[in-house]
Design a protein around this ligand. Structure first.
Ligand code: CP
Ligand code: NVA
Length: 305
């Protein structure tokens, strides 16, 4: 059975530890020499596509990009047949997909031979979470992810795919996570990436942004309108208006607090220019760690073969 990075939840602590470690190790190998990684994107991307492409190149491999119009998952042909085709020609398939259930279907169709990497689904964004943990560890733990226990991270806004993977990853490291979101935008139980199901987790949810960021070491936010929710834009702007990360909100956080955002940012909605461009923002360091995270994931996958 191949190694796969589909959610943080399904990776055990040892595997996650190896991914973090591999992400940081110097690149002195050509692990993917002569090997291809298929990149399937049903939705737009800048950072994730760039991070994958550069990571695979650094490890000596090559990528082939397949866009939504071209591949037509479940319109031109079934997701199962796309999976079987990629399995015949590539050893790793990294996918950004609308419906998380496609991973289950491709796993079944390829008898788990094909290594899958989730590059964002409606449920999870695990490679983003790995990059975020590396970023927070750089700032607070001298690069050591095991030093993050006891830190307080506040997530403010719509509890998204990004929130779920981030929260699971941080809770597993002993970090206290507080999610501030209005009713209807909070974490809900029962998904494949479920922070509410992490055993012994220090997780609190609240409907107040100010309450959420109280004493926080890290304040994190994501888009109010995730991909696929564009028709709800007007309603979301009203419902989430008091969850904007601005200087006034940050006054309730720790005086040393830093700010993270997965990007793309919607300046003036979930975050102000002043905060995103300010001294507390680690958003661009997160971007750089997207490539380290991909290198970590790819090395861990290949080391398992
Ligand atoms: N954060 C992130 O996944 O960015 P892209 O959508 O640009 O890939
Ligand atoms: N929650 C956002 C993340 C984008 C990287 C989305 O799904 O659109």
């Amino acid at each position: 059975m191949s190694r796969q990075v589909v959610t943080i939840s399904e990776l055990d602590d040892d595997d996650l530890g190896l991914i973090y470690e591999s992400a940081r190790a110097p690149i002195d190998d050509s692990l993917l020499s002569g090997q291809g990684v298929a990149l399937v994107f049903e939705r737009p991307s800048l950072r994730t596509r760039a991070a994958c492409s550069t990571a695979v190149h650094e490890l000596g491999g090559y990528v082939t990009f397949f866009g939504d119009d071209e591949i037509g998952l479940d319109s031109r042909e079934s997701a199962e047949d796309v999976g079987r085709t990629i399995d015949a020609l590539y050893s790793v398939c990294a996918m950004r997909i609308r419906h998380h259930s496609v991973f289950r279907r491709i796993r079944r169709a390829t008898s788990d031979r094909l290594s899958l990497i989730n590059l964002l689904s409606d449920v999870a964004h695990p490679t983003q979470a790995i990059a975020d943990v590396l970023t927070i560890a750089d700032h607070f733990g001298g690069g050591d992810v095991s030093q993050l226990s006891g830190l307080r991270v506040a997530y403010v806004g719509d509890a998204t795919n990004v929130t779920r993977s981030l929260a699971v990853a941080l809770l597993r490291l002993g970090v206290e996570v507080v999610v501030g979101a209005p009713d209807g935008y909070q974490l809900t139980p029962g998904t494949d990436e479920d922070p509410l199901a992490v055993a012994g987790a220090k997780l609190r949810i609240t409907t107040s942004a100010v309450d959420a960021v109280q004493g926080a070491d890290v304040v994190y936010t994501d888009a109010w309108v995730s991909m696929g929710f564009e028709e709800e834009t007007s309603r979301r702007r009203v419902d989430l208006a008091s969850f904007r990360v601005d200087e006034a909100l940050l006054a309730s956080a720790s005086s040393e607090a830093v700010v993270l955002h997965c990007l793309p940012a919607h300046r003036g909605d979930e975050i102000t220019d002043e905060v995103l461009d300010g001294a507390r923002s680690l958003a661009w360091r997160q971007v750089a760690h997207r490539r380290s995270a991909m290198i970590g994931a790819l090395r861990w996958i290949k080391d398992g073969e």
